[in-house]
Design a protein around this ligand. Structure first.
Ligand code: SF4
Length: 148
């Protein structure tokens, strides 16, 4: 694994600085290899992502971080992310893909001053997403107990 691009850098001065640096570090370190997408459990829950390749999806996320419009598939992936963190150890470049997606999500929701590209979720899929997330974290007995 390569050194993290975050190594040896000065500390962020505030939250916005930190978020901006996360975005810049992602752009500097990410090679769009797609391994984070391949490690992600969520595309299996999306017909729109079933035929997509990791490099194409991630390139769409990087476009978005550069300030361009993200691809529909990239937006779908960002929207589906449950922050399972399975992508983090999959990255060979020391990028934190989970945080990369988190910054991308802030951008597409307009929280960082960009024009929104996604509607803020009223979140029709909220409970479905919780269920999927819980299924990734809990064993079968724990899920049974939780659903009672
Ligand atoms: S695994 Fe790392 S380098 Fe590869 S696409 Fe994801 S963030 Fe970029």
């Amino acid at each position: 694994m390569a050194d993290s691009p975050a190594a040896d850098r000065p500390r962020a001065q505030n939250l916005r600085d930190y978020i901006d640096r996360l975005g810049r570090d992602s752009l500097a370190g990410c090679t769009a290899c797609g391994k984070c997408f391949e490690a992600c459990p969520m595309p299996g829950y999306s017909q729109a992502l079933a035929a997509q390749t990791g490099p194409a999806i991630v390139e769409g996320v990087l476009q978005l971080l550069r300030g361009a419009r993200g691809s529909d598939a990239a937006l779908e992936w960002i929207n589906l992310c449950t922050y399972s963190a399975r992508c983090v150890p999959a990255c060979p470049e020391g990028v934190n893909p989970m945080l990369m997606l988190r910054v991308a999500r802030m951008k597409v929701l307009g929280a960082l001053g960009d024009a929104p590209q996604l509607e803020r979720p009223e979140d029709k899929a909220f409970f479905r997403r919780i269920h999927a997330f819980a299924a990734l974290q809990l064993n079968d007995d724990e899920i049974d107990a939780w659903q009672r």
